[in-house]
Design a protein around this ligand. Sequence first.
Ligand SMILES: [Zn+2]
Length: 306
Amino acid sequence: MDRRDFLRTLGVAAAVAGTGLNGAPLSGKSKKPAPAAEDGLHLRFLGTGAADWHGPDARGEHRRFSSVLLDGRILIDFTASNIDMLPQGCKPECVFYTHSHGDHYNPKALVDVGVPLAYLNVSWIARARNNFSEVSLQTGLPAPKLVPLNIADKTVCGDITITALPANHAVNLTEQTMIYLIEKGPVRLLYATDTGGIPALAARLIGIDSHDSHAQPINGLIMEATMGMGDKGDEDFRLFTHSSVDTVRHTVNMLLKHKRYLPQEGQPVYLTHFARTLQPTQKELEATLPAPLVAAYDGLEITFKA
Ligand SMILES: [Zn+2]
């Protein structure tokens, strides 16, 4: 058994010892510099857990709150739990928030890291302004510029374009939660957490709903599987706002059948936002998830190509 296989058998318990499944350090700053990724879209998972993770658990498993870093410069969601997962010397230029739940949005963490720009849905921008002003007063550090997004807005960040899409998720009665389409050259990656399935309007907006004759297939998919596998997952009370492994499996199989998801050969669909209390260990997930679903883990890095 080589070192990689040995680490794989340890599951994310390896993270506690400071080594990731891919050999990358999972605790403390990554020693690797932020990648340039001219070729394809580079993505690093800074966290893959849901709100019920608070450090390593009794099984030795550890997931930080869900967050990703695109091409070493753009964040989607960010909390204090993700700070140690930023590559050394990385100064993200902006963050796109999906919603304001505490496992996705933490104003102090963003101010501490010095991210100057934050995009979020217009429905909660007044509240966010107050939150950031308070943190800025307390810390003496500048608040980021906040930019309101409406559904279907496209934001161009250099060679990456990010489209705001509705999520099926609720924080309160007024906040519009969001998922994002990330486009770079021919790459079209849908990042879908937190959401119970893919909402019809989101599918229409990006061209993956077969009611629409004008197909615009995606070629990358990262989707939440908060609720686990089997009946336990599908009959959990979080059904209205989260997805199970089977929700993702059915979604992917349907999209493949209708050619609205055309990944590069062998490229998996990555699952994220695992609830500690509803999911088995990383090792068990790796042994049991049906292809092409793969469990992401903190520190996993992927380059999406098309
Ligand atoms: Zn949430």
